[in-house]
Design a protein around this ligand. Structure first.
Ligand code: NAP
Length: 292
């Protein structure tokens, strides 16, 4: 599989960005110029509207430009939504039919011929590995999806699915940021290292909490980042991405903003090696205690 770009771009919040199709096309081109070619979607983003809105801009791009984009999308969550009035409760669905139908829907909305990577959005206790494996094989054979992965899975859930799928699962998309460090201690990173895949780090700025801290812990981390920003003369977001990028599992961090200057700030992180003691100071602020 083509590796993820070190910085990815997530379109979860697209409906808040007020971008025209031409703005979206320009944003994709500008992100490609910055080396950001991995674009993250999910069927449900924006109440099922983000993929279609993106597709309108994506369709304005020349095929040669579109080919440079690595499209990631997800399936499996069924939201309560006006477009499916028969649903009575939010739930997960990893049936063969739903996975295949969801990919068809995503391709149609995105205006794309294939997904580079399809992720199962969240683990379900009812997930039948054999059924998912059959869907993956058929989707790959039809050329609709090149590679497959998961999101928010524990290492055990990943292994249970992998033991049945012939395709190697290429990633686990998980929450990692200076405000959310569970992945470093719950076996997630060890699993990625053992199986040689790069995780995708979602909400790498804590969903913006680094700039609008809520809890006492958020404030401690945000204050520290402000001091580090002054010392290293770099923006806080650049430093936050660099902190996560220092992990040996080589995560791609998914930028969640539609502003080009934020993408430029993220790319700067690739040239900054977070100093070791500063890195541990962030970890300490995040956990509320030092190491043993
Ligand atoms: P994030 O980067 O943690 O948060 C983005 C928010 O931070 C935006 O509201 C943005 O506002 C704000 N922000 C960024 N830079 C800022 C700055 N310098 N100053 C002030 N505010 C700033 O990322 P996220 O959007 O939560 O998540 C990123 C992507 O991860 C999503 O798009 C999606 O693709 C993926 N995701 C996946 C899952 C999953 O379960 N797999 C879950 C959540 C997200 P502005 O718009 O003003 O920049």
């Amino acid at each position: 599989m083509k590796p993820f770009s070190p910085i990815s771009h997530g379109y979860w919040r697209l409906m808040d960005w007020n971008l025209s199709p031409q703005d979206i096309a320009s944003l994709v081109e500008a992100s490609l110029d910055l080396g950001i070619y991995t674009i993250d979607h999910a069927d449900i983003y924006g109440d099922y509207r983000c993929e279609a809105a993106f597709g309108q801009g994506f369709g304005l791009l020349a095929p040669s430009v579109r080919q440079k984009v690595q499209l990631v999308s997800k399936c499996g969550i069924k939201l309560l939504t006006a477009s499916a009035p028969e649903r009575r409760i939010k739930h997960y669905d990893y049936s063969y039919d739903h996975i295949v139908q969801s990919v068809d829907n995503s391709l149609q909305r995105l205006g794309a011929e294939k997904l580079d990577v399809l992720l199962l959005h969240r683990p379900s206790p009812l997930l039948q590995p054999e059924e998912v494996a059959r869907a993956f094989s058929d989707l790959q054979a039809s050329g609709k999806v090149l590679d497959f992965g998961v999101s928010n899975f524990t290492p055990g859930q990943f292994d249970a699915l992998q033991s049945t799928c012939e395709q190697p699962l290429v990633t686990n998309q998980v929450q990692i940021s200076p405000l959310h460090v569970d992945y470093l201690f719950d076996g997630g990173q060890d699993h990625a290292l053992m199986h040689d895949y790069a995780p995708m780090a979602w909400s790498p700025l804590g969903g913006g909490r680094l700039f609008a801290p809520k809890s006492e812990r958020d404030h401690a981390v945000a204050d520290l980042f402000q001091r580090l920003s002054d010392v290293h003369n770099l923006p806080i977001d650049t430093l936050a991405y660099a902190w996560t990028r220092k992990l040996p599992s080589n995560p791609t961090v998914i930028v969640g903003s539609g502003k080009l200057e934020r993408l430029e700030s993220a790319v700067k992180a690739l040239n900054f090696d977070f100093p070791l003691e500063d890195w541990y100071a962030v970890l300490q602020a995040s956990r509320g205690h030092g190491i043993a």
